[in-house]
Ligand binder design. Structure first.
Ligand code: SAH
Length: 376
């Protein structure tokens, strides 16, 4: 399959891997798209004093206020100007679903151009994680993933990604999530999209998340996980950024024959290459790489595959996250039998590989696997 010639314009053919997002209108620029220096320049362009950029940043990143009309410490005339120039409405909530007594909350968002994306807030006793989307749709075409079935609509901007986290932070700060007022401690790029196929916007969003308030949200880079199908050159680039985020690699099979079908980008970068990129990432960032492996009954859950996986990754800075498959509507595939899951875990443990089975939070509300947007 040729992945390099995905067309720049028009919709990609269904079933084709698409790296280059279709050319579409982008939303208007937002404060969260900009670095501090760019914010000062933008404010100056509007004929206002550069320190207003610091005020706007405090409002947005610290107080989580995205509406200048409510920023009463700004001159009234400037409020309207800032609202138009720097705070366009990027996300509109279409639907909210909650489960786990309100501690799991999934939101379906409509973007300015009608594209739909999802984010999920998951509150645990010791942390709160926001699962965010990085693209409307996805071009990677993994057959078990609901998002993959619809293809790629467009890349999201930095601010559209950041706004998902700010929306979660706002709900927590306003005591709308059971457990008392709280904050977002973790962010995982495990919503819709392939983050490393939207590299620049995603790295920009990570920077906004980790920059200390009021420049950014002040979330620890260690609490941020970028999950990828394994775009090898982009993994190398990410290691160069000096952002010690956790890399999650969606492996799903230890052998090329099966991975070619489950994660089609494997036809371009093989298991051995993508694992090398992961070890290189771990060596340079000192961060343990997470291997994601969705257990699919009788497809990739055989003991010999666990054994092969164990041999490939033992003695590395690694952790395996087994995910019981969340079947997509109409899928012929389903989650593994409990005894096969247990055997898989045991086999990995035999090789000394740390492994956990992910809890299936939010399954009743269609998990975080693009199923809500697909249903809409
Ligand atoms: N494109 C990125 C991030 C989005 S998906 C990636 O592939 O890593 C986040 C994780 O959910 C990935 O590991 C993905 O393979 C997994 N996933 C997708 N659909 C799933 C499903 N139906 N059941 C279980 N896991 C799924």
């Amino acid at each position: 399959m040729d992945v390099s010639t995905a067309s720049q314009s028009g919709a990609p053919a269904p079933g084709q891997l698409t790296f280059v997002a279709p050319r579409r209108a982008k939303p208007a620029r937002h404060l969260a798209d900009l670095t501090m220096a760019e914010r000062r320049a933008a404010v100056a362009e509007l004929g206002e004093k550069p320190f207003r950029a610091d005020q706007l940043s405090r409002h947005y990143f610290e107080k989580l206020n995205g509406d200048p009309r409510l920023m009463t410490d700004l001159p009234a005339a400037a409020r309207e100007k800032f609202a138009t120039a720097l705070f366009p409405t990027l996300l509109t909530s279409v639907r909210e679903m909650t489960t786990d007594a309100g501690t799991t909350r999934k939101t379906l968002w409509r973007l300015f151009d009608g594209a739909l994306v999802e984010s999920v807030l998951m509150r645990y006793t010791d942390r709160t994680t926001m699962c965010v989307s990085s693209q409307a749709g996805c071009g990677m075409n993994c057959p078990f993933c609901a998002t993959g079935q619809a293809g790629l609509t467009r890349n999201m901007t930095t601010a559209e990604i950041v706004e998902q986290v700010v929306a979660g932070a706002r709900a927590l700060a306003a005591n709308q999530v059971p457990g008392g007022p709280g904050r977002v401690s973790n962010v995982v790029f495990m919503g819709m999209g392939e983050p490393l196929a939207n590299y620049k916007a995603v790295v920009g969003a990570v920077r906004r998340m980790v920059e200390p308030a009021p420049e950014g949200l002040g979330i620890s880079a260690r609490g941020i996980t970028v999950s990828t199908v394994g775009l090898v050159p982009a993994i190398g680039k990410l290691a160069d950024e000096g952002l010690p985020v956790t890399l999650a690699l969606s492996l799903h099979a230890p052998d090329d024959e099966l991975r070619d079908t489950l994660v089609p980008i494997n036809t371009r970068w093989k298991v051995a290459e993508v694992l090398d990129a992961a070890w290189d990432y771990a060596a340079r960032t000192k961060r343990r790489v997470s291997i994601e492996y969705a257990l699919i009954k009788d497809i990739n859950d055989q003991e010999w595959r666990a054994d092969l996986l164990g041999k490939l990754i033992k003695n590395k800075l690694v952790h395996v996250n087994l995910i019981p498959l969340n079947p997509t509507p109409g899928s012929k595939w389903t989650a593994s039998r409990p005894e096969d899951e247990r055997a898989f875990v045991r086999r990995l443990e035999f090789h000394g590989v740390p492994v956990t089975v992910r809890d299936t939070r939010g399954r009743e509300i269609d998990g975080a696997c693009g199923q809500l947007a697909a249903a809409e």
